[in-house]
Design a protein around this ligand. Sequence first.
Ligand code: ATP
Length: 315
Amino acid sequence: MTEAWGPDDDEPRPHIGPVKVRVPAKINLHLGVGPLRMDGYHELNTVYHAISLFDEITARHGDTLTLTMEGEGTGELLLDETNLIMRAARALAARARVPAYARLHLKKVIPLAGGLAGGSADAAATLIACDLLWGLGMSRDELAEVGAQLGSDVPFLLHGGTALGTGHGEAVSPILARPTIWHWVVAIADGGLSTPAVYRELDTLRAGSWPPPALENADSLMSALRQRNPEVLGAALGNDLQPAALSLRPQLADVLKAGTEAGAVTGLVSGSGPTCVFLAADAAHAHEVAEGLTAAGVCRTVVTARGPQPGARVI
Ligand code: ATP
């Protein structure tokens, strides 16, 4: 006999914990930046691509909200209420009207202020982890709505894959049902670059240019993706923020040159930089390029990565 008032088996319930979530970094295969809008954002047309450089968030039940970390940026990244992980947990709790009680731990691999959206990735992972820990059962679209208020890249990092981003990057439409695996070499710099400072530099570089720069669409990049050929994709990659990142960090030109000399199909600055990414023909080629780039001694660390990857996922 079924209980008349028993719990519905389909109802989400709090997870006993711990909940572990893995989240990828993003690069932009195309980053078209339009003029500055009245609301302070730039209109973007971007193609996001999630790569295999992962942060991990573990969420456990607690009597209050706490955050600890290990790995990249430990001792440098503030773990207080300004951290995007704390802000994500608070925003989700407020939306669901539950107390924001959890012990959160971050295992960080994605470099700070690297143009790889590590902070937004951590926010996305926190939303997934706390949703499950607290038994909220929110849809990915609901979580993306909460996430968009925390950072433009958060909705993409919930989805992952390769996706078109419009608005200021927060409006995400997935592309490519049957994706090709692309091989990347990632050159991580010493020290970060502030994203707002890079946008300001772009505005300065563009000041007085007439006609004002048009917002370039992503059509040629999308058609290159469909051709599944690294040379074709390489020729279509582009980043409007690259001149601004190079202007603030001229040494990045040496990194781009070293990657090309090491045999990469092509290279570009990732988002607002200073990380540079290089496209390789296959996994073996990526390792060759990584070795050449490491030997050139122009950056802190070189790693290989593959994309696309799924977005924030429980592991
Ligand atoms: P984006 O390209 O999205 O602007 P980014 O990769 O250049 O990001 P992030 O590592 O995401 O840079 O961080 C930008 C800033 O956000 C950092 O300098 C840091 O002060 C702040 N921040 C807050 N929380 C986090 C977090 N969990 N991880 C990284 N940075 C964080």
